[in-house]
Design a protein. Structure first.
Length: 318
């Protein structure tokens, strides 16, 4: 770690591959939408998912998870390229906001991967000091990573009234080593954090069977994160969650049209799973497209009947 790490990232900021937010002398770096779209993944962008540096000393102040991918999203996460000979563990993938711990003037705080002080970071820091205790047990060189669950910051899954930080894991920010699961559990026990639920799988269950099982999860479960022994992480997501996530992220007429093509309607049961803040715009868009769909159906049927009459074919022959 040195100022070279800061300089390299600043160059990526100028080129549009990373964003940078300052808080005093601290800088948080995160990959941009352009990076995702262009798939500009290298050792800098993958490791800039909320990493924090002191821009004066070059010290790395916080080290989060590096970017990891859905199964089959990248060459290295294609099923045939995964290290299936290795042992693996699976954890619940929570549908909240990633928070990254760091120290500022001796006080433990949390940031999102792109901001020191947005509403999620502020709420996370508030909960950290209101609901948890003995934070002094956390060593200064350890970055802890949490998922913020809160009704005001719901994504898709409804966690009801849960307001908490769920401990996901952590890193030694100085050495880059991932914290041992036993140490993570120690911090959880001492400070009062819940941990991400470890998902049990039978010893004889193949990875392929696990992928299929997760694909059938309801929309109220995002999926699992699988960690192989060498540290490689892969995301497995349920089909229902993924479909609703696409709908929420884009409010895409194409996605609504796909539902109409497959089912003839947009299931209201799925719209009810969408967070309240965007449900009404989505309902209006769905209603408008459904009306257009019905009109196109009527026009198609009218044209079909006109052609049948024209060629002199009787309807019953079909």
């Amino acid at each position: 770690m040195s100022l070279d790490d800061v300089r390299v990232r600043d160059q990526y900021v100028r080129e549009g591959w990373l964003s940078k937010r300052m808080f005093g002398r601290l800088a948080i770096y995160n990959y941009t939408a352009r990076t995702t779209y262009k798939k500009k993944w290298d050792e800098v962008t993958k490791k800039s998912r909320g990493v924090i540096f002191d821009t004066v000393s070059g010290e790395r102040v916080a080290l989060p998870f590096e970017k990891f991918y859905n199964i089959n999203e990248m060459e290295e996460t294609k099923l045939e390229n995964l290290p299936l000979h290795e042992p693996f563990e699976a954890y619940e993938k929570l549908d909240g906001v990633l928070l990254i711990s760091y120290l500022l003037a001796g006080k433990l705080r949390v940031a999102t991967r792109g901001s020191f002080d947005n509403p999620q970071a502020q709420k996370g820091t508030e909960l950290l000091h209101r609901n948890y205790h003995r934070l002094s047990f956390i060593r200064s060189e350890h970055t802890l990573l949490f998922e913020l669950l809160h009704p005001d910051h719901r994504i898709i899954v409804d966690y009801a009234d849960r307001e908490e930080l769920v401990l996901l894991g952590g890193f030694n920010r100085l050495t880059g080593e991932e914290l041992d699961p036993d140490l993570v559990s120690f911090y959880a026990e001492k400070c009062g954090f819940e941990e991400a639920e470890r998902y049990s799988h039978e010893g004889h269950e193949s990875f392929e069977d696990l992928v299929e099982r997760v694909s059938l999860f309801s929309a109220q479960q995002e999926g699992l994160v699988v960690r192989f022994a060498t540290g490689l992480r892969v995301k497995l997501k349920g089909r229902d969650y993924s479909r609703i996530s696409r709908l929420v992220q884009s409010l895409s007429p194409r996605e609504i049209w796909r539902m109409l093509d497959e089912r003839g309607e947009v299931p209201r049961s799925e719209i009810l799973l969408v967070p309240d803040r965007i449900r009404r715009p989505l309902e209006e868009k769905a209603e408008g497209l459904e009306a257009l769909w019905r009109e196109e159906e009527r026009n198609a049927l009218y044209e079909f009947c006109r052609v049948v009459r024209k060629v002199g074919l009787e309807r019953k022959s079909f």
